[in-house]
Every structure is written in structure tokens, then in C-alpha cells.
Design a protein around this ligand. Sequence first.
Ligand SMILES: [Zn+2]
Ligand SMILES: [Zn+2]
Length: 145
Amino acid sequence: MTTKSVKDTAVLTGKCYCGAIRFSATQAPQTVAYCHCDSCRRATGGPMGAFAALDEALVTFTPNEGRQVSVVPGVSRTFCADCGSSLTGRYDYLPGQVYISIGVIDQANDLVPKIHCHDTERLTWLHIDDDIERVAATARAKIKV
Ligand SMILES: [Zn+2]
Ligand SMILES: [Zn+2]
């Protein structure tokens, strides 16, 4: 048997806008979620956030996870210091998981969201035609593994 490199076994890969930060994961996401909260809008710059939740032990960032910013207690997010891409979010109440922004994942087209979080904060003009679950607040109880 030959030893496989991380790249050979990666099922998920991605990079920031400028490519300074790359990552790969050896396991498919535990869940994929939209978040319509004000914080996720501001952090991502989009009309909503969308994230894939992964076991943080199975994700490798090269050379690192980017610049860390914590605005809300218990939540830390990272961004590429060069281009500003929103990369990850970590939540004290969801230990062991890292939430990676969908837009920086190469396989984003395959990662269909399963839930809308903070749907009551959704922009009123944003209409997403799906029948997945919508929760008013955090979905922490549902997305925790
Ligand atoms: Zn970058
Ligand atoms: Zn949010």
C-alpha cells in the first residue's frame, strides 16, 4: 500500500478569492445551512450566509485559517487577510465543528443546504424556492452532531 496524500483523499477542497489560503477536508460536510442573521450578512457581504459544517479535525488549511475576528462573544470567524474572503466560523456552542462559507468551496454546487437558520431575519425581498426546514432562530440543536 502506498500512503495517500491529503489531496488524494480530499472529498472537499476550496480557496479564498485570491488563492492565498487553500483548504481540504477528508469527509463530506455534516450539514449545510443557510443563515439569514445580520451577523452572517455582514461577515460574508452577501444577502445571507451559507455554510458547510465539518469536523474541524478533518479539515486542513494551508498555510493557515486566515485572520481571526471575534465580534460576538462565543463566535469567531476567519477571513483571508489579503482579499477579505469570508472563510470560517466557529461557535463555542458547537464544539468540534468548523463552518466553512459555501462560496469558497470548490464543490459548492453539490452542497445543497438542509435548513434556513434565523429565517425571521431574512431580507424580505430574498425568496428561495425550496421546502427545507426554516427555523426562526439558531438551529444549534438541529445542526449539532
Ligand atoms: Zn485571499
Ligand atoms: Zn448567522
